[in-house]
Write a protein that binds this ligand. Sequence first.
Ligand code: TYD
Length: 206
Amino acid sequence: MHGLFITFEGPEGSGKSTQARLLAKFLAQEGYAVVLTREPGGTPIGDQIRHVLLSSTNQAMHTRTEVLLFQASRAQHVEELIRPALAAGKIVLCDRYADSTLAYQGYGRGENVAELRSLIDYATGGLWPDLTLWLDLPVEAGLARIAPARRNRLDAEALAFHRRVREGYARLAAAEPHRWLRFDASQPVETVQTTIRAALNDYLTT
Ligand code: TYD
């Protein structure tokens, strides 16, 4: 028995976390065993790494340090939480996963995407999502939804960085159209959620 691994991807302010929470609640009501989690973090060790990664005081962090810390958090997450949940037949909903590394560190920071893929494969033992829900939103619209005081180290990057990230998601989605589903995150929360549920229903029944 193998569960279903679904990830949420998209920019800051796209409402990923809200959508993931609403979907988790819905699926649980439908009788599915659901685990809702997020990256970086998702485990006690991962949450400590998350703090180092997102703290605005860590301006000196080198890109390779950043890449490796994201993979360290992910390795722990996969072993401690995600694989056991999938092995128990559960649906795992994860707010960001490996594609965030490809989009942010690869397309955003310009690190080599093929190299990042092998690091990710090492960290995860080759575990990729069954389905990735991409909440797409113009960069300015996403950033406008986050108050400046709430911006973390990565949110505070220049607009050009966030544009490259969005373009990166577009390329990743185009390369694997069966895994990726794109949603217009500028729609109201309820509309996005209804569309996600309908798409998931199609996926589960075909
Ligand atoms: P978070 O506060 O969870 O923001 P969001 O609501 O945007 O998900 O911060 C996570 C940040 O880390 C976000 O800016 C994206 C970034 N990130 C990467 O750069 N690489 C990664 O592999 C992951 C998982 C996240």
